[in-house]
Each structure stands twice: as structure tokens, then as C-alpha cells.
Design a protein around this ligand. Structure first.
Ligand code: AMP
Ligand code: SF4
Length: 458
């Protein structure tokens, strides 16, 4: 996952990027950073730190981040070393072209091949993350930066979105299938690029459009130039962005994620037409809008049988099994008189390993639920993602290793319904149906080439 934001031509650039990063925090909590450039100077003012954005960019820190162009990043580790401050982005590099600050979310899948080739040619890598590859590839081209970048990007394969500062330019690019999201927005006279539209709107700006697959955007002195570095392949946005990753208020293809999730709930209500229940309830927070859509479509009353504790830190010590059980209970609080004696349709976004779902269903039983029909707004996850979403290996995915009946038994539900891929794609506003989306984690059919060694490593 990971999140990026960039802004050009604002005196308060660092402060704005900081606020934008707060709205992108759900995309990565491992580390964060901001790099800023003052016009006419070829150095960056930057600050990267492990952990959450809130509280790290104090007045003193922001004061030092002077400059009109800024990029920021929140990191979710999908490659590179875990929680190493060296891997916190944006990265700053010197190159023959000039200094570069770059922040990338997603994953480059031919990293090993490209890195080995570059290392043989004498390249020295400072970071374990793959973003550095792009800079090494640019450095090899004796061309103006845009052309060098285009040539470099043509050599890499994957799902990514990135923002970059170079001289007085803000540069943004998105992989040729549009697997990872990137939007273009405007704040006054300044252009903003961000992983999700609320990061623009929170600043008082507005969303213009999604950056197109394979598009390279260069903004300088308030002027935007758009070119393509790859013939745009058929658009294949990650369907899991709508299902789980993105914020409900984010616009994807001009439609809010909340609307798409409600539509998914409505589709599931149709798929489960024969099933009777007293209430529909979500696993908060990501099942919320889908449960609402299910309730509206089916006429079964919506109830909140769980409340989520939003104050649970991630660094809680879980040294014993007893402690782990307590911590799990601290995340979701059941409301007994809503649950007791009810036939329940429980709505959640996905089943990955099945362990969370099993715990939640056990809790519902402990609190007196009669029947539990589980409605899931993603199809069965049967294959790992190589494009920046942290899914476990195939052998850990319950739907890859168990039959439908075995999953029902394992997690302890009375019935289990996964949305179909076509229904999910239609709900996400895909006129072109499932073809318009990547759904590799549900089908095992990857939209890019994946080397045997990469596949075998998972
Ligand atoms: P489980 O029942 O253990 O498979 O957990 C399913 C829950 O994990 C879902 O309801 C999601 O909220 C969450 N989830 C789904 N995908 C991911 C992911 N890539 N990383 C972390 N959590 C996820
Ligand atoms: Fe998204 Fe799944 Fe494709 Fe990964 S494999 S980009 S999670 S749809």
C-alpha cells in the first residue's frame, strides 16, 4: 500500500503535505517523511521518521522544512527491510541530472533482475527498497529528466504511483495499468498529486481526475504537462482499493468508495436473497457501508452490534496467549442486547487467513447470536498480491487451502457468501466489467509477467 502526496508552488508546502499525510495514514504506519525544495537551490530540506505522522512534525520540524515544492510519503512495508529508518521515504539522491527527491507507493516486481544487472555494472544501492532502482536507471540516461525518466520507467514492471521533486518541477507517474491509485487535484493555482482524493480536499482543494495509467505529469511554475511513458494498457485498477484499502470518502473513477461499498452490499443482498435474518451488522469499520447497502436493498434492519475501539495502538505487548486474547477483545466491543437471540447477517470486506473472522464469529456466539450468515465483499482470496498489497503466501490463505464447506466449518458460520468478481467490478463502477480491474488475488491470473523466482518466493 503506502501513500504519497506532492504539491507545487506554495510557500506553506511542507505544512500542506503534512496535513495531506494525516489523511493518508491508513495506507501505511511504518514510517513517514516529507522533502521540500526551495526555488533556485539544489538542496532538499527533509525529515523522515519511523511511526505515525501525528506528533512527529512539530512546529520546529516544519519550520525547517522551507520551500515551495514538497513531497511526502507514508510507508507500509511490502519490500525492503521492516521498520528500518533507512527505508523511510522520500529518498534523496544525487544524480548527474541534479538532486532528486522521490516517494513511491506500491511495488516493482522485476526488482531482482534489474538490480542484479545494475549491480554488475557497478551501481551501489543505499536502500533495500526498490524505489532507488528508478534513480539508478535515470542516472544511466544522458537525456533531459523527463526523457530519462520515461526510458527508466519502460524498464520496470509492477504496480506503483510516485511523486518526485527535481529542480523546480513536481513530477508524478502511475504504472501502465493503473494498479495503484494517484489523483490530480488543485489548490488555488497549485496542482496537487496524491494517492487518494481526501488528501487534496482536506487542504481546501478539489479533485480534478485520476492520473491515467502510464501517465507522466510534470508541473513547473503552475503549468502542467502530461505525457505517456507507456502505451496505456487496458485499465486494471486494483479492486482491493475499493474493497478494503481506500478511505470511504475517496473518489475512484469519480465515484466515492462509500457508494461502491454500498453497491457491493446491495449485490450481496441479491446473491443471498433466500436467507432470512433479524439484523444486518458490519464488522467495523470496513464492513460499514456494505452492511448499510445490504440493509437498504434487503429491508433487513441495520444494527451496530460491534463498536471499534479507535484508540488501540499497534505496539501493545502481546507476550502471552492470554494477553493476545485480551488485546483482540480490546479492538471490538460487542453489544450484547443487539446480538443476543438474533439471526445475523454479518458483513465484512475480506477473509485472508480466516483467523480474525473466526475470533469475531466466536465472540458473536459467546454473546448469544443464534444464526450467523457471513457476507463478504471480496471474492475468495486465493493468490498473493505482487503489486504492493501485503497479502500472505498462498499456503496461509484460507480460501487457497480449504473448500467452501471447510471454511464454513473452520470459522464457524451457518452460511458463507463471497461476492462474485463480476458483481464486485460492477459495483465499483466498471462499465467494462471485471476486465477493467486487477483481480489477480481472486483468480491467480496476474496482469503482468511475474518471474518464476518471484512466484516461488511466495
Ligand atoms: P482474517 O479473518 O484473519 O482473514 O482477517 C480478515 C480481515 O483482515 C479483513 O476483514 C480486513 O479488515 C483485514 N485485511 C484484509 N486485507 C488485509 C491486508 N492486506 N493487510 C492487513 N489486513 C487486511
Ligand atoms: Fe489489488 Fe489483488 Fe491486484 Fe493486488 S492482486 S493489485 S490486491 S486486485
Amino acid at each position: 500500500m503506502g501513500g504519497v502526496i506532492g504539491i507545487e508552488g506554495r510557500k506553506d508546502a511542507a505544512g500542506l503535505v503534512h496535513v495531506g499525510l494525516l489523511t493518508l495514514q491508513h495506507r501505511g504506519q511504518e514510517s513517514c517523511g516529507i522533502a521540500v525544495k526551495e526555488k533556485g537551490k539544489d538542496v532538499f530540506n527533509y525529515f523522515t521518521v519511523n511511526g505515525l505522522v501525528l506528533g512527529k512534525f512539530t512546529g520546529d520540524v516544519l519550520e525547517k522544512l522551507k520551500g515551495e515544492n514538497a513531497v511526502g510519503h507514508v510507508r507500509y512495508p511490502t519490500s525492503g527491510s521492516k521498520s528500518g529508518i533507512l527505508d523511510a521515504q522520500p529518498f534523496i539522491f544525487k544524480s548527474a541530472h541534479g538532486n532528486i527527491a522521490i516517494a513511491l507507493s506500491g511495488n516493482i516486481i522485476n526488482t531482482t533482475e534489474v538490480r542484479d544487472k545494475l549491480a554488475k555494472e557497478g551501481a551501489i544501492f543505499q536502500h533495500s527498497s526498490e524505489t532507488e532502482l528508478i534513480v539508478h536507471l535515470i542516472a544511466r540516461e544522458k537525456l533531459p529528466i523527463e526523457n530519462a525518466l520515461k526510458k527508466a520507467l519502460a524498464k520496470i514492471e509492477g504496480g506503483y504511483a510516485a511523486v518526485m521533486l527535481f529542480k523546480n518541477k513536481l513530477i508524478g507517474f502511475r504504472d501502465p495499468r493503473g494498479l495503484r491509485p494517484l489523483v490530480l487535484g488543485k489548490l488555488g493555482k497549485s496542482f496537487v498529486l496524491a494517492s487518494e482524493s481526501p488528501a487534496v480536499e482536506v487542504l481546501g482543494g478539489h479533485y480534478i481526475r485520476d492520473v491515467k495509467p502510464g501517465e507522466l505529469i510534470v508541473v513547473e511554475n503552475g503549468k502542467l504537462k502530461s505525457t505517456f511513458y507507456a502505451k496505456p494498457a487496458a485499465r486494471q485498477n486494483c479492486i482491493f482499493e475499493t474493497v478494503y484499502i481506500s478511505r470511504p470518502d475517496t473518489l475512484i473513477r469519480g465515484m466515492s468508495v462509500a457508494q461502491a461499498r454500498m453497491a457491493m452490499g446491495a449485490k450481496l443482498a441479491l446473491q443471498m436473497k433466500g436467507i432470512k435474518a433479524d439484523i444486518v451488522m458490519p464488522v467495523p469499520d470496513s464492513g460499514f457501508f456494505a452492511a448499510l447497502g445490504f440493509s437498504k436493498a434487503s429491508g433487513i434492519p441495520f444494527e451496530m452490534g460491534f463498536v471499534r475501539n479507535h484508540y488501540m495502538g499497534r505496539s501493545f505487548l502481546r507476550t502471552t496467549q492470554h494477553m493476545r486474547e485480551i488485546v483482540a477483545k480490546l479492538k471490538l466491543f460487542p453489544i450484547s442486547d443487539i446480538i443476543k437471540g438474533k439471526d445475523i447477517i454479518l458483513v465484512d470486506d475480506s477473509i485472508v487467513r480466516g483467523t480474525q473472522s473466526k475470533k469475531i464469529i466466536n465472540t458473536l456466539r459467546e454473546y448469544g447470536a443464534r444464526k450467523i450468515h457471513f457476507a463478504v465483499t471480496s471474492p475468495e482470496i486465493i493468490a498473493p498480491c505482487f503489486y504492493g498489497v501485503n497479502t500472505p503466501s498462498k499456503k496461509e490463505l484460507i480460501a487457497a487451502t480449504h473448500t467452501h464447506d471447510e471454511i464454513v466449518k473452520e470459522i464457524g458460520v451457518d452460511s458463507l457468501t463471497f461476492i462474485t468478481i463480476d458483481n464486485a467490478a460492477e459495483a465499483c463502477g466498471g462499465n467494462e466489467g471485471a476486465k477493467g480491474f486487477c483481480s489477480a488475488c481472486f483468480t491467480g491470473k496476474y496482469p503482468t509477467k511475474i518471474s518464476k523466482s518471484t512466484l516461488e518466493a511466495r
